[in-house]
Design a binder for this molecule. Structure first.
Ligand code: CMP
Length: 137
């Protein structure tokens, strides 16, 4: 089943020079294609929309500070079971719990600075793609 997903390479990934490594892991998967890509520093308005479900949680403000601390690479990736697949490449939210071989397991440090975001469902993907790439239908 072909799907699309919104992937963010967070400010820690950009600052640590891990963009190429992470994109390489995504590109290596057969039948997945990057169909949009942008580097930009996110403002609080975009982050409030993106993280709407987390507004008010204890980690929300530090998360927004971190996510607006430097440029982020946003991508749309399309392909076979790509939603589940990119989340598997990323590994669990907590880098300590993430297995070796996953992006967070290999490079992650703390839960907030966990390098990559990937949509968790088709509904989330469509909502998030509209926020980051409003020109894409
Ligand atoms: P992500 O899954 O991309 O989206 C929510 C983000 O909130 C998550 O990555 C982490 O960056 C951050 N996050 C989630 N839970 C916590 C937590 N308990 N403490 C700090 N940051 C968190």
């Amino acid at each position: 089943m072909s799907q699309r997903t919104l992937v963010l390479l967070k400010p820690d990934a950009v600052k640590r020079g891990l963009i190429g490594e992470i994109i390489r892991r995504i590109e290596r998967k057969a039948n997945w294609t990057i169909t949009a890509l942008e580097l930009r520093t996110l403002d609080r308005g975009v982050l409030e929309q993106h993280y709407a479900e987390h507004v008010g949680k204890p980690f929300y403000e530090p998360l927004v500070d971190f996510m607006s601390s430097g440029p982020v690479v946003s991508l749309v990736v399309e392909g076979e079971r790509v939603i589940e697949g990119v989340r598997a490449l990323a590994g669990p939210t907590d880098p300590i719990a993430a297995p070796s071989g996953s992006i967070r397991g290999d490079f992650g440090t703390i839960t907030r600075e966990n390098l990559i975001h990937a949509s968790d469902s088709e509904e989330s993907a469509e909502r998030e793609i509209k926020i980051f790439f409003p020109g894409i239908s």
